[in-house]
Design a protein around this ligand. Structure first.
Ligand SMILES: Nc1nc2c(ncn2[C@@H]2O[C@H](COP(=O)(O)OP(=O)(O)OP(=O)(O)O)[C@@H](O)[C@H]2O)c(=O)[nH]1
Ligand SMILES: [Mg+2]
Ligand SMILES: [Zn+2]
Length: 355
């Protein structure tokens, strides 16, 4: 028999990282959603209002140390589980984050402990290989398995869809790529039956590609709010505004996210190498060890571009993401400083509150 916690994803990975002292003193729960000053957590059944303990707030040096949707936490429960206080966060198996808008290297946590990310682009107007590569880098970097879903396939003829799928497979040959439609329900059952009990999933992609509609299609009713694309553009904001861990009847958990405007690569390592593995491989057969792949004789990358085995655009996007990543790595020290002042800011806020 699965325990309540196991049924919401509390696997051996987390059990093995449980802190004996903390677990003796507190209960264990999972973050369902994050609000302005509070959280919703669950132990596998009802949802419970929760707040951070003063100690957790005080010890916070960086936004990264605060709980996010999907996190496992140590918490105390009061008044017949009507509210809870969060004391500490478990180590994270995966952490999905993105750079916040603007030039700073700050980032925003999207979700923790996700196993599979569905990257969604709509076939009719949102499809863009370079943006897809950005999402792949972000997901690969987090150690999450990507699955690419192409939405609104009811709007395109089959030949056109196959053509686009081939292009996607060209940049992500190891990845599952599937078209679907919420309207005709094409492949909805395939997506739904791929969701495994005890595993956590998330829906990623621009605003209006049909993430929430897909969630509703899977659940089989219109529980969550969606909006037509024209309305999205006129209002200039997203329909889905918060991230929430939703538990499906199958036992799988899924997080719908608000569409992202800017992705910005973090300081990435594996994410880049995993997404552009063929470029890494090619570079190893360049004639010169220190080849800059710009004008050298015997450059395997230039040769591949010339032969049409590698597109110029894909290579340019790789260079762009790599440069961004190097920039972010460089400013990492600066960021640490900023995180420290963020910690101070929180402490000051608490002090002021107490006054
Ligand atoms: N033709 C067609 N339209 C769809 C399909 N799925 C969703 N839509 C429409 O696309 C619009 C946006 O859908 P949402 O599910 O709200 O998009 P979202 O990705 O959740 O958007 P945000 O919450 O803003 O990030 C709605 O008007 C849907 O009716 C589909 O399979 N085919
Ligand atoms: Mg939505
Ligand atoms: Zn080269």
């Amino acid at each position: 028999m699965m325990s309540d916690l196991e049924s919401i994803g509390y696997s051996d990975w987390f059990k093995n990282r449980m802190d004996d002292e903390k677990s003796a003193a507190h209960g264990i729960a999972r973050i369902v959603s994050v609000h302005k000053d509070s959280y919703t957590v669950t132990k596998g059944e009802e949802e419970i209002f929760a707040e951070l303990s003063g100690n957790l707030l005080y010890c916070t040096e960086s936004a990264r140390d605060l709980p996010t949707t999907g996190d496992w936490v140590y918490a105390d429960f009061f008044d017949d589980d009507s509210h809870a206080v969060i004391y500490a966060i478990f180590p994270r198996k995966t952490l999905l984050k993105r750079k916040t808008a603007g030039k700073s290297v700050d980032f925003q946590l999207i979700a923790a402990n996700i196993d599979v990310a569905f990257i969604i682009q709509s076939l009719n107007d949102n499809f863009n290989l370079r943006r897809l590569e950005r999402y792949l880098v972000m997901v690969n970097e987090s150690g999450i398995e990507p699955v690419i879903l192409l939405s609104k396939c009811d709007l395109l003829p089959k030949e056109k869809i196959d053509e686009i799928k081939q292009k996607v497979l060209g940049i992500a040959p190891q990845t599952t790529v599937m078209e679907f439609s919420n309207l005709s329900r094409k492949n909805i059952d395939s997506v739904a039956s791929s969701l495994k009990s005890g595993f956590s999933y998330c829906l990623l992609g621009s605003s209006g590609v049909g993430k929430t509609t897909l969630l509703n299609s899977i659940i089989g009713n219109d529980e969550f709010e969606t909006r037509s694309v024209s309305k999205i553009q006129s209002k200039g904001r997203h329909t889905t505004t918060s991230r929430q861990l939703v538990r499906l009847e199958s036992g799988a958990m899924i997080i719908d996210t608000p569409g992202m405007r800017e992705l910005g690569s973090m300081s990435v390592d594996n994410g880049l190498d995993d997404t552009f593995s063929e470029i890494l491989e090619l570079s190893q057969s360049c004639k010169f060890n220190n080849c800059s792949h710009t004008n050298e004789k015997g450059c395997a990358i230039l040769t591949a571009i010339k032969a049409g085995d590698l597109t110029e655009k894909r290579y340019q996007n790789y260079l762009k993401l790599k440069k961004e990543s190097e920039f972010n790595q460089m400013t990492y020290l600066e960021k640490r400083k900023k995180d420290k002042s963020f910690g101070k800011l929180i402490k000051m806020t608490i002090k002021n509150k107490k006054r």
